[in-house]
Design a protein around this ligand. Structure first.
Ligand SMILES: Nc1ncnc2c1ncn2[C@@H]1O[C@H](COP(=O)(O)OP(=O)(O)OP(=O)(O)O)[C@@H](O)[C@H]1O
Ligand SMILES: [Mg+2]
Length: 274
């Protein structure tokens, strides 16, 4: 029997934004999807799991305000709640990345339950959120594993370019392995095509291949290549704040609508359930 949909729950939905390929739009998607969700009154927490710290920078958090960060949560030196930093955007907070996070890949190996450190930190904490979006690094190491073990679902940004499908098969196999060993209910929430250039034939061909292969898992919304999106991080702002009227902002608002609709169909999201 399925769970009753009206069951009250404060548990946030946790989405890992992952693709081991670099530069495909993970951080851009995490930051802008989070902002778009916050704009429709969802309470959103972004967790920056990438030592590069791009999500923290894109959300305008200065290095001097990253003293308690995800590294300390993973190593047990700080609670999740102690690491939460508010952003200038209402309803949106972040747990920043820190310089030590690169070392965490190695340091975690010796810790108990190394793949479930984030999951354990999230249990009974950070419950005031509707959504937690985890920005993963471009690798399938222990940091990404912690995100996949903690997550309910994975969002995969995919750049519409040659060999895109080959790259994603590795991630799909990893998700299957995590499901089998650690997180049986993990699923792919969806695949979002990023940096789409409608004038480019290759981009169009890749899009149709990806849709044929993954079917309804691919969001209808695609994110266009848009210069305002690439300018926004250097201003420490999501594109929705930097230039709301841009094509990039509109695309991320549409994507948020689609993601929330999928969540509603599942009937299990705290902030969305009927
Ligand atoms: N739709 C877009 N249009 C134009 N530029 C984009 C778009 N999406 C992302 N970019 C730019 O492409 C670069 C890579 O994007 P992003 O940092 O989001 O990728 P990533 O997958 O998080 O990278 P990494 O693997 O290094 O973490 C950034 O400079 C970003 O501003
Ligand atoms: Mg990134």
């Amino acid at each position: 029997m399925s769970q009753p949909h009206s069951e009250p729950t404060n548990r946030p939905r946790i989405l890992a934004i992952s693709n081991q390929k670099g530069g495909v739009g993970k951080t851009t998607t995490a930051v802008n999807l989070a902002t778009a969700m916050a704009a429709v009154n969802k309470r959103v927490l972004v967790i920056d799991m990438d030592p590069q710290g791009n999500a923290s920078t894109s959300l305008g958090i200065d290095h001097k305000h990253r003293n308690i960060n995800i590294y300390h949560v993973l190593t047990g030196e700080a609670t999740l709640d102690a690491a939460i930093t508010p952003t200038a955007i209402p309803n949106l907070s972040v747990i920043t990345s820190g310089v030590d996070l690169a070392a965490a890949e190695i340091e975690l190996i010796d810790l108990e339950n190394r793949q479930a450190r984030l999951k354990e930190a999230l249990v009974n904490q950070g419950l005031g959120w509707d959504f937690i979006l985890i920005d993963c690094p471009p690798s399938l190491g222990l940091l990404t594993l912690n995100a996949l073990v903690a997550a309910d679902a994975v969002m995969v940004p995919l750049q519409a370019e040659f060999l895109a499908l080959e790259g994603i098969s590795h991630l799909v196999r990893t998700i299957e392995r995590v499901k089998k060993s650690f997180n049986p209910t993990l699923e792919i929430q969806g695949i979002v095509l990023t940096m789409v250039d409608k004038r480019n034939n290759l981009s169009e061909m890749v899009e149709s291949d990806v849709r044929e292969f993954f079917g309804a898992k691919v969001y209808t919304t695609t994110i266009p290549r848009n210069v305002r999106i690439s300018e926004a991080p250097s201003h420490g702002k999501p594109v929705l704040i930097y230039d709301l009227a841009s094509k990039g902002s509109r695309a991320y608002l549409d994507l948020a609508g689609e993601v929330l609709k999928r969540e509603q169909a599942l009937g299990i999201s705290a902030g969305v359930a009927a």
